[in-house]
Design a protein around this ligand. Structure first.
Ligand SMILES: C[S@@+](CC[C@H](N)C(=O)[O-])C[C@H]1O[C@@H](n2cnc3c(N)ncnc32)[C@H](O)[C@@H]1O
Length: 283
């Protein structure tokens, strides 16, 4: 588990800027439904710190470049963003200098119990050696009645923007490199009910889930390929470790699999995510 954690951290230190170029644009489209699920009220834009109400402390776990924290601030919440990667925290601070971003692991949150009224993790779970430890931490820092919302990518047949690469790798039969530490299955929480079970196991109540699906426009299949290689950790490690002829075969399969999504304007490809949320029991 420790080896997987170190691998993920090192990967995100290298890939922060590459992630932000494409995948960060896609995950940003899931932020508003995630904040809704976490119960961060969609209010008017805050123009003055004095407008901030009590009872709106928001924690953005695995904040990446800070988009969910920034949108929560626009809704009138007082956000704190944490991420394991110093490079991601640096990017978030440079984009949103007024927001409090800190380097910390979801598995050991540096906050007292009941510090937040809402907690969210946008596409955090795929990257954790022990997701249940992080969810227990998120539940611990939630105030009574507060909500935790988590998002994951849907199954590859619905999240086609990533499914085309997953399918291309499988079709070619490319195995992960021997030095890639074993980690949890990437699509484990996309299975119906799995996220809800995870939230209930952490003591949260009334968990519910929803699917957010949309079409992402891109200039070309090249843009998607570069975005996935430059902006993922585990998936890109498998592709980049292959000999040149196997990499070329993966690329050819990827090009063929993206063809049905190509039109005169480039690529229009399906994105689908599952969001689940649950509440901390009342005091
Ligand atoms: C797919 S990105 C999502 C970033 C952002 N939430 C978004 O939606 O764009 C995954 C993020 O999880 C962070 N991460 C990975 N393991 C983590 C951990 N144990 N604790 C906190 N953050 C972690 C990575 O550094 C990366 O920023």
């Amino acid at each position: 588990m420790e080896a997987f954690r170190r691998f993920e951290q090192a990967g995100w230190e290298e890939r922060a800027a590459g992630y932000d170029r494409l995948l960060g644009r896609i995950t940003a489209r899931v932020v508003d439904p995630l904040l809704d699920a976490a119960g961060v009220p969609a209010g008017s834009h805050v123009v003055d710190a004095a407008d901030l109400r009590a009872g709106n402390r928001f924690l953005d776990v695995a904040c990446g470049s800070g988009e969910a924290s920034a949108r929560a601030a626009e809704r009138g919440a007082r956000p704190v963003g944490v991420d394991l990667s110093a490079a991601m925290v640096g990017l978030a601070r440079s984009r949103f200098p007024a927001i409090d971003f800190r380097q910390a692991s979801a598995e050991a949150l540096p906050f007292a119990a009941a510090s937040f009224d809402a907690v969210a993790g946008n596409f955090l779970l795929h990257h954790l050696a022990e997701p249940q430890v992080a969810v227990a931490e998120c539940a611990r820092v939630l105030a009574p009645g507060g909500r935790l919302a988590l998002s994951v990518w849907d199954l590859p047949e619905r999240a086609r923007f990533v499914g085309v690469l997953v399918d291309a790798v499988a079709e070619v039969g490319a195995a992960p490199p021997a030095d890639l530490p074993p980690g949890p299955s990437f699509f484990r929480y996309a299975e119906s009910g799995a996220l809800i079970d995870l939230l209930h196991a952490a003591g949260l109540t009334g968990a519910r889930s929803t699917t957010v699906a949309f079409t992402q426009r891109l200039a070309s299949a090249d843009e998607l390929w570069d975005g996935l290689i430059d902006g993922t950790v585990r998936t890109s490690a498998t592709v980049l470790a292959q000999p040149a002829d196997v990499r070329a075969a993966i690329r050819a399969a990827f090009n063929r699999l993206t063809t049905p999504y190509t039109d005169a304007d480039g690529l229009a490809i399906a994105v689908s995510a599952v969001i689940a949320s649950g509440a901390a029991p009342p005091a």
